[in-house]
Design a binder for this molecule. Structure first.
Ligand SMILES: [Zn+2]
Length: 301
């Protein structure tokens, strides 16, 4: 269902470009939200609280609330918001839901987020939309924050510290990511190119372990390592075949049938590595400076 249709059905008002409803002192937002790994946003309820929801509270909340799909999210503060799927037939049902849930929020001491997250003061003079929720801020605080983060990113972005270590770890990580492919190959005699998805993730994990900065170039590095390792694995498979056949590599490829299979498998290994890079791109990018810069850009608007 379209967001504006659902907003109308459930009694949301549009406020500064955000669908919102205030109930029992809590501001509930209706947002188009991309679930992790999803490419299409879906309508979700987003409720932002004034503090981090700790593990205990989250557990209790899950027990007593009975909300089917709910996810923790961070809106200007860490883990201070929840998302729930708005599966309500009409506004009456939704009101009953809000009546019950807002009581639980109060019992759990989860207050409405109503202060500037940058300075902690309440007399705000402006708003920003963060992850679809309206957040009350001071214009000066946002400006100051954006400037500080930019300065920090520029300083860190030029740092070469641990870069070599991280690159080596990334390569090692990528190789470790290939181990399941090797195991499967020896266990069942076939390779599963879908397992190539592990290469970029494992390489990035290695890179992080190395401790170097995460500028946008990390994406290129991970892609390059994956594109070398994926086809190398295929070479390794064919090299093993030549050892098994007790011929040299070039002697083996003199057989037109094997040569044909080799070409096909090499092309496929490149294709599957590219798919793996594509599939992992978003979640890796989220952990780089590229994402932070994008988030900061949104605050400036
Ligand atoms: Zn402020």
């Amino acid at each position: 269902m379209k967001l504006d249709k659902m907003a109308e059905k459930l009694g949301f008002q549009q406020k500064s470009g955000v669908f919102s409803r205030v109930y029992n002192g809590y501001e509930v937002n209706l947002v188009a939200y991309k679930l992790p790994g999803a490419y299409v946003p879906m309508p979700m309820l987003l409720i932002v609280f004034s503090k981090t929801i700790d593990k205990d509270t989250f557990k209790k909340f899950g027990k007593v609330s009975g909300i089917r799909v709910f996810i923790k999210e961070s809106v200007a503060l860490k883990d201070n918001a929840i998302l729930a799927y708005p599966s309500f037939k009409n506004q009456e049902k939704f009101d009953a839901f809000l009546e019950q849930k807002t009581k639980i929020f109060k019992e759990l001491n989860l207050g409405q987020f109503d202060y500037c997250p940058y300075c902690g003061k309440e007399d705000t003079d402006s708003t920003r939309i963060i992850k679809g929720a309206l957040v009350h801020v001071h214009d000066a605080c946002v400006k100051d924050f954006v400037e500080k983060v930019n300065t920090h990113l520029n300083t860190v972005g030029n740092s070469k510290e641990h870069l070599i270590k991280s690159t080596i770890y990334a390569i090692l990580g990528g190789i470790i990511g290939l181990i399941p492919s090797v195991i499967i190959l020896y266990a069942i005699g076939f390779y599963s190119a879908w397992l190539f998805i592990l290469i970029p993730f494992a390489a990035f994990y290695g890179y992080k372990k190395g401790g170097a900065q995460r500028g946008s170039f990390v994406m290129i590095l991970i892609a390059a390592i994956s594109l070398i390792l994926g086809p190398s694995f295929m070479l390794f498979v064919y090299y093993n075949l030549s050892v098994y056949l007790e011929v040299t590599f070039s002697e083996m490829l003199a057989d037109p049938e094997i040569a044909g299979g080799f070409t096909q498998d090499m092309i496929l290994s490149v294709v599957f590595t590219l798919i793996a890079i594509w599939a992992s791109w978003k979640s890796i990018y989220k952990q780089t400076h590229g994402q932070i810069k994008k988030d900061i850009q949104e605050l400036n608007n």
